[in-house]
Each structure stands twice: as structure tokens, then as C-alpha cells.
Design a protein around this ligand. Structure first.
Ligand code: ATP
Ligand code: MG
Length: 414
């Protein structure tokens, strides 16, 4: 058994010694059979929640309504869920009730895909009534039972199907894919936060480009509860999608995927709001996308100081993120942006903040003999950009002379 499962063996044994059945289920079993690293370990048992709680003093009744108890064991948490069956689904997402049952097979029957419906016992033997192992061998995502019914019960399963196809590099079974295409309209019942979580997992996987291609083919993004404006722009062209997987950071991957799909930043912004991304994440992704757009505009009309201005406005960190994103998408897009030069300049800006400028508003106002006003911060900013861009030396007297010169020019303009 892989380590995370090995660590949970005492919990399963404890349940068995008390006369109950207990097995590992879900993603941990799937990943063990495939040979991928195991993340969270879920346990299913014939014991009722109150019986589980009686056996384990350190437990938290996290999902009592669904029969789930979280057990803390040597610093790790494990979800232990009573075998259950789900009755009539409401809202295409949640069962209206759960009934505890005594049969493991009955519990596996409610699970979404055959590869997720295997159980693993303490002794390492696998109980696999729907031949999930066969589908792993065939690299196939297949619904347990009738695909039509399963997607109608819970429409989120369609998103999960695309995610497993993308992340595991599998193909859908023909019947599963047909049903998914047929019921894609049901996506309108799914909370946008859940969609976001699935998209995050798709983009975080080893093949984000595969995710985009399959997402596009599924048509699911076109049927959301809140229509996403990006679907109008998204272009799927299998020669694109750069090398998004080179990027370690998830938000950089989002920015790269959006840029590489030729989606304008304003459209992406609106779409990310609808997907309920946190403001922090959205601003970071959109900030990166805007840098790309500004860089293109500057390359086209020789905008001299744009890079200094951009870095001053958005900070060096975001600029570095953008350079990484830009080099990832450069694998697929030909652009006039010269990354080498920008990268070199980024490390050579003499200063990037007003604090570092050898000047302040009071001194400036005194020297120009003008009352303080909005002109002061405008002038300080202009000085900062000039110093950062290497056009001016950061010495008080030189800065004051430049400010006086600009002041004269402004007056003669009026
Ligand atoms: P991962 O943890 O890698 O995201 P997972 O398959 O473990 O994938 P979880 O959300 O942790 O996903 O769910 C654990 C198990 O619960 C699944 O393997 C599956 O058996 C079952 N399951 C989860 N969501 C659903 C669903 N919407 N419909 C039916 N069964 C589900
Ligand atoms: Mg899991």
C-alpha cells in the first residue's frame, strides 16, 4: 500500500475488529491502482456514524447529514463515511436524502465513474464490481450505470468527467460522452464556484492544453448558469496553447491559457468575476494579461517609457510573472515583444518607487513657488518614470531643474 493508505490502516483495522466492514474508496484507490501519488484518503464503512464516533474519541462530525465523520489520526485527517445510497436528486446536484445501507456494492453504485468506484481492503485486495481497473487499462472514463441518468442526477459530474479526461489523459466511453453532450444544458444548475474549482484542477494538471481542447469539445462552458463572455472569443486551435504546463503557478497558468486563446483582458475580467474568483487572484491574472496587451501596443508604436511605467504601476513581482507567462505562450505565438530586452531592463531599473526618488512634494512646491495640488504627484510620477527609464539621474538638483523645465513648457503650452 502507498504510504498515505498505510498510515490509515489502524483506522480500518479498528472498525473491522469491532465487527464492521471498512475499506478505502474514491480517489485514493483510483490513484493507487494507476500508480499515481495519493492525496486524500477516504474510508467507507458499514458502521453507522454514531458507531464510528463511539470508536474514535478524536473525531469531528463534519458531514453528519451525509454520514461523514472526520477522524484525526497522527496528525492526518480521514473522512469515514457510512455506506449509503442516495435517493431522488434535487436541483440536478444534491440528493434529497441519503439512506444508510449495509452493502459495499450499493455504496459503490452511487459513485460517478468506474475508476472512482473501486474499494481497497486492508489486505491489499481490490473490490471492483464495475471493472474500474479495466477502464484504467483502457484509459477510459465511464459512468457507473446509465450515463444519462447519472448526469441528470448531478450535472457537476459532467465537469468532473472532463477534468479526469484532461488530467489523466483518458478518453471518455462513447456512451458517457454522448450523454454528456446531450445533457450539457444542465450545467446551468451548477454553482459557478464549483465550476471554478474544477477549472482550477484542470489547469493545475499536467496537460492544461488537453483540458481546453476537451472543454471546448464538451460545450459545457457555453451552458453555464451565468453565461461566460469568454466563450464568444475562445478559439480552439490545437496548434496553440503554448507551454502552459511549464508554469508552476496556477494563476500564471490561467493568464497564459486566456492569452493563448486570444481572449481580451476585459472579457477575461468579466468572466473571472462570474466564476467568483477571489479579487486577489482575478487582479493578478488580469494584471498579467494587461501587460501583454500593453507590450503589444508599445511594440507597435515605439512607446518609449511604457515598460518603466508599467513596472512602477504594477510592481516588479507582477512584471516577473508576466515575463514567465509570455515566454510560455511564445512557444506558440509569434509576437514582436522582445522578452530578452525587457527581462534585462527589469533588473536594471535604477529605482521603482517614489520613496527611492531623491525628491519630495514639499521641496518641489517650494522650488517652483506654487501651492501644493494635484500637479505635485503628477510631477513626482513623471520624474520617477524618467529616472527609472534611465533618462534622468536621481539627484535632487537635477530633478528640480527638470521639473522647472517642464513647468515652463507647460506654461508656454497654455
Ligand atoms: P480528487 O480528490 O482527485 O479531486 P476524487 O475522485 O477523490 O478526486 P472527491 O471529490 O475527493 O474526488 O470524491 C471522492 C469520491 O467520492 C470520488 O472518487 C467518487 O467516488 C465520489 N464522488 C465525488 N463526487 C461525486 C459526484 N459528484 N457524484 C458521484 N460520486 C462522487
Ligand atoms: Mg479525493
Amino acid at each position: 500500500l502507498p504510504k498515505p493508505l498505510e498510515a490509515a490502516v489502524p483506522i480500518v483495522s479498528r472498525l473491522e475488529e469491532s465487527g464492521y466492514e471498512a475499506v478505502f474508496v474514491g480517489g485514493a484507490v483510483r490513484d493507487t491502482v494507476i500508480g499515481r501519488p495519493v492525496k486524500d484518503v477516504d474510508i467507507a464503512t458499514s458502521a453507522r456514524p454514531e458507531q464510528v464516533m463511539a470508536l474514535f474519541p478524536k473525531c469531528i462530525p463534519t458531514g453528519l447529514r451525509h454520514g461523514t465523520i472526520t477522524i484525526v489520526h497522527e496528525g492526518e485527517t480521514y473522512e469515514v463515511t457510512t455506506y449509503r445510497q442516495e435517493s431522488a436528486y434535487e436541483d440536478y446536484r444534491k440528493p434529497s436524502g441519503v439512506a444508510y445501507i449495509t452493502s459495499l456494492e450499493g455504496d459503490l453504485l452511487r459513485r460517478d465513474f468506474t475508476i472512482n468506484a473501486m474499494a481497497l481492503r486492508n489486505d491489499g485486495s481490490v473490490f471492483d464490481p464495475f471493472n474500474g481497473a479495466g477502464d484504467i487499462e483502457r484509459r477510459c472514463i465511464r459512468c457507473v450505470g446509465d450515463a444519462d441518468a447519472r448526469f441528470q442526477e448531478d450535472a457537476l459530474r459532467m465537469m468532473r468527467a472532463v477534468r479526469f479526461i484532461a488530467v489523466y489523459g483518458y478518453q471518455p466511453a462513447v456512451s458517457t460522452w454522448k450523454a454528456l453532450r446531450k445533457h450539457r444544458e444542465l450545467m446551468r444548475h451548477i454553482a459557478m464556484e464549483r465550476v471554478q474549482a474544477e477549472l482550477d484542477k484542470m489547469l493545475a494538471g499536467s496537460d492544461p492544453r488537453r483540458a481546453l481542447v476537451w472543454l471546448h469539445a464538451s460545450g459545457l462552458l457555453h451552458k453555464m448558469k451565468e453565461p461566460l463572455p469568454l466563450t464568444e472569443y475562445m478559439r480552439v486551435d490545437s496548434t496553440r496553447y503554448g507551454l502552459v504546463e511549464q508554469l508552476a503557478d496556477l494563476d500564471c497558468r490561467w493568464a497564459a491559457a486566456l492569452l493563448d486563446s486570444a481572449i481580451p483582458s476585459a472579457i477575461a475580467d468579466e468572466s473571472l468575476r462570474l466564476l467568483k474568483l477571489s479579487n486577489n487572484r482575478r487582479l493578478r491574472i488580469i494584471g498579467i494579461m494587461r501587460m501583454h496587451e500593453e507590450a503589444l501596443a508599445a511594440a507597435n508604436n515605439e512607446g518609449a517609457d511604457w515598460w518603466a511605467e508599467t513596472v512602477i504601476r504594477d510592481g516588479k513581482q507582477l512584471a516577473e510573472d508576466w515575463l514567465l507567462v509570455e515566454s510560455a505562450i511564445h512557444a506558440s505565438a509569434v509576437t514582436p515583444i522582445d522578452l530578452k530586452i525587457l527581462k534585462a531592463q527589469l533588473n536594471e531599473f535604477p529605482i521603482l518607487t517614489l520613496k527611492q526618488l531623491d525628491m519630495n512634494g514639499r521641496v518641489l512646491a517650494q522650488r517652483l513657488r506654487k501651492p501644493a495640488g494635484p500637479w505635485v504627484s503628477r510631477c513626482l510620477h513623471r520624474l520617477l518614470v524618467s529616472v527609472a527609464g534611465g533618462k534622468l539621474v536621481n539627484e535632487r538638483e537635477k530633478l528640480l531643474m527638470q521639473a522647472e523645465l517642464w513647468d515652463k513648457e507647460d506654461k508656454s503650452d497654455e
